[in-house]
Design a protein around this ligand. Structure first.
Ligand SMILES: *Cc1c(COP(=O)(O)O)cnc(C)c1O
Length: 384
């Protein structure tokens, strides 16, 4: 008889054979570089899209204006008890004003956001229609809800409309769930089209996760919804602070009733310790400056387009329309080898394998940063 540890080890061996075994990489961080082992490698795997997390002058400016009240390192409680500080309210007002929405609500992480909002607002009389490629946190939120869920083919809005037609009379509420920039393919959803679709079916709400787009897209850095001029049409306009915003946490901008409802029903808001005031103050500091970051946004767009073009010229399939640029390799083992080769050549790129992506679509995922120099990008393109 095998004991439990032996059984777990056997399962891990199966993952290892398929090239899908995961380990926590231990890396030393040196600004834009990381080191694991001998040589420093350019970090092409972080979500610091605008280069704000490695910007020392920004951090210094923040520290200089930081008040004692905002410098607390713990909130010591849920927001519903004593963990709601002035800075939480200030950030929410800033977000609501920036987006021109009635209200906003801030969460500990994007994972809390997606696993909390969906179960709170989707009951047994709700139908969730979710894009096939939405992030794991959205899938988990759907699983935790009592709603019926149908996943439509990735960006197949004819299928989505057929589902709306077929089902809308049978449910009190329908939620369409999508990302704007998709995590793994880097392609962009036509949000304007989804808003128009939603408006044709009363009782339908639109939920958009802009985790990869906040800060990066739109004239004021408010995301794809701003770029496509459809912020007012999105009922749950969500995003996270751990990526381009260089902080931690997440937000939804919404109507006042939605905010109040979430405060009463959202378990990942109610039953968790609020973000520390210091982190929220840093988020506020960055969010205030997002409108002034067009140079960085333009730079990132240019670099991304150069890499996408180069990959296509080399014959790789690349569905991306953004700064998330996958290079599809196929088999997991080959992808791992390719990643190791690039790491030896000084570029820290990680393989993405099942179950994160479908079987047979393992890939290298370049996650570009505005601080990448043209010379560095050329070198990368040369070694691909
Ligand atoms: C990163 C990400 C999340 C999770 O956000 P965290 O703040 O890291 O928990 C949620 N949704 C999408 C689409 C993401 O890419």
């Amino acid at each position: 008889m095998m004991n439990n540890d032996q059984m777990l080890t056997r399962d891990l061996e199966i993952l290892r054979e398929k090239g899908n075994f995961r380990q926590l990489p231990s890396v030393e961080h040196l600004g834009r570089w990381v080191r694991s082992g001998e040589q420093p490698m350019l970090n092409l795997s972080s979500n610091d899209y605008l280069g704000l997390a490695t910007d020392e002058s920004l951090r210094k400016a923040f520290m200089e204006e930081l008040s004692a009240e905002d410098s607390l390192l713990s909130s010591s409680s849920s927001r519903l008890l004593t963990g709601n500080f002035a800075v939480h309210d200030r950030l929410e007002r800033l977000l609501a004003e920036s987006f021109g929405k009635e209200a906003a609500l801030v969460f500990c992480s994007g994972y809390h956001m997606n696993t909390g909002i969906l179960p709170a607002v989707a009951d047994a009389h709700t139908l969730i229609l979710a894009d096939k490629l939405v992030h794991a946190s959205l899938i988990d939120g759907i699983r935790l809800s009592a709603a019926k869920c149908i996943r439509f083919r990735h960006q197949d809005y004819a299928q989505l409309e057929a589902l709306l037609q077929k089902h809308h009379a049978d449910f009190h509420r329908i939620l369409i769930v999508t990302e704007s920039i998709f995590s793994m393919d880097g392609d962009v959803a036509p949000l304007q089209q989804l808003v128009e679709l939603k408006q044709r079916y009363p009782g339908t709400m639109l939920y958009v996760d802009e985790a990869h787009a906040i800060g990066v897209r739109g004239q004021n850095g408010l995301g794809v919804a701003e770029e496509q001029a459809c912020i007012p049409g999105i009922d749950f306009l969500c995003g996270t602070f751990g990526k381009a915003v260089a902080s931690v946490g997440a937000y939804v901008t919404c109507s006042l009733p939605v905010r109040n409802y979430l405060i009463n029903r959202m378990r990942t808001l109610i039953f968790t310790t609020a973000l520390p005031p210091l982190n929220v103050a840093w988020t506020e500091f960055i969010v205030k400056r997002l409108p002034d970051m067009n140079e960085r946004r333009k730079r990132l767009a240019t670099l991304s387009e150069q890499l996408r073009t180069a990959l296509k010229e080399k014959g790789y399939a690349c569905p991306s329309e953004s700064h998330i640029v996958p290079m599809l390799v196929g088999a997991s083992k080959e992808t791992v080898l390719k990643a190791e080769e690039l790491q030896r050549k000084g570029f820290y790129v990680l393989p993405v394998r099942p179950p994160t992506v479908p079987e047979g679509t393992s890939r290298l995922r370049f996650s570009l940063t505005a601080t990448l120099s043209s010379g560095e990008l050329e070198q990368l393109i040369d070694v691909l």
